[in-house]
Write a protein that binds this ligand. Structure first.
Ligand SMILES: NC(=O)c1ccc[n+]([C@@H]2O[C@H](COP(=O)([O-])OP(=O)(O)OC[C@H]3O[C@@H](n4cnc5c(N)ncnc54)[C@H](O)[C@@H]3O)[C@@H](O)[C@H]2O)c1
Length: 257
């Protein structure tokens, strides 16, 4: 399909069955990329593939749990088998494990559940993606962190998430430096609140309201998922060829305060 930024690129997006990941798959397809949609949610993943195909794009689904090294390795291999290489990897799969209490009340299970997906899952993905990208001598990785990877958030319940997302920014910077001369760029996006299932869950649990969430952002609203996808697409493209090691806030000036 007629694209621009990502014409012909082979992309892999984790957590692409819903929310930011699904929107990013569509944005990537509009920019000309071929997309592997990875998720543990098969039904949602196949729906994203159908949506990409409906706009004339090319996509394929692979079931992969980012907590399992073997599944992540196979997910990368699937991308290479299907599209010949791995140009752009977007490590977006994440969970909100809020609802467990204030800092001193958070359980070990809740802490581990957050870290297993939000931090170690990103680490597994980067490890297997980088192995492929080193072999190709090229590639771009964008990790989906959060404003919670840049600053604390004045809300109870979310300390493990904040710690994990700061860790994602750390992995991003470390890898950007290690692979700076290998033709591989590694960046992160740090979204403010985005209207997805994750935010709806937090609202349902009484942890935030839509009004409060909008008020956190100087622009007076939360983001729509494609607005995050467009930032990821730009970072993944040659237009950002001198950008690496950047945790890019996409937050309506929330962290500019
Ligand atoms: N929504 C927000 O306000 C917001 C803000 C900042 C950052 N983020 C981050 O954006 C990313 C996407 O979140 P979203 O809001 O679109 O949430 P979402 O719940 O709509 O999507 C997350 C996706 O990840 C998948 N997933 C969960 N665990 C997985 C695993 N172990 N292996 C593979 N896939 C798994 C889910 O099935 C789901 O499809 C997350 O990393 C989240 O932390 C979200």
């Amino acid at each position: 399909m007629a694209g621009s930024l990502l014409d012909g690129r082979a992309a892999l997006i984790t957590g692409a069955a819903s929310g930011i990941g699904a929107a990013t798959a569509l944005v990537f397809a509009r920019h000309g990329a071929k997309v592997v949609v990875a998720d543990i949610n098969e039904e949602g993943g196949r729906r994203t593939v159908a949506e990409v195909e409906a706009i004339g794009g090319e996509a394929a689904f692979v079931r992969a749990d980012v907590r399992r090294s073997g599944e992540v390795r196979d997910m990368v291999a699937f991308t290479v088998e299907r599209f010949g290489r791995l140009d752009c990897a977007v490590n977006n799969a994440g969970v909100d494990t809020a609802g467990d209490g204030r800092f001193h009340e958070v359980s070990e299970e809740s802490f581990d559940a957050s870290f297993e997906v939000n931090l170690k899952g990103v680490w597994w993905c980067m490890k297997h993606e980088l192995a492929q990208m080193v072999a190709q001598c090229s590639g771009s990785i964008v990790n989906v962190a959060s404003v919670a990877g840049l600053v604390g958030i004045e809300a109870p319940f979310v300390s493990p998430y904040i710690a994990a997302k700061h860790g994602v920014v750390g992995l991003t910077k470390a890898a950007a430096l290690e692979y700076a001369t290998s033709g591989i760029r590694v960046n992160a996006v740090c979204p403010g609140a985005v209207r997805t299932q994750m935010v709806d869950d937090l609202i349902e649990q009484g942890i935030m309201t839509l009004e409060q969430t909008a008020a956190y952002h100087p622009v007076g609203r939360y983001a729509n998922p494609p607005e995050i996808g467009e930032a990821i697409a730009w970072l993944s493209s040659d237009a950002a060829s001198f950008v690496t090691g950047l945790p890019m806030a996409v937050d309506g000036a929330m962290t500019a305060r």
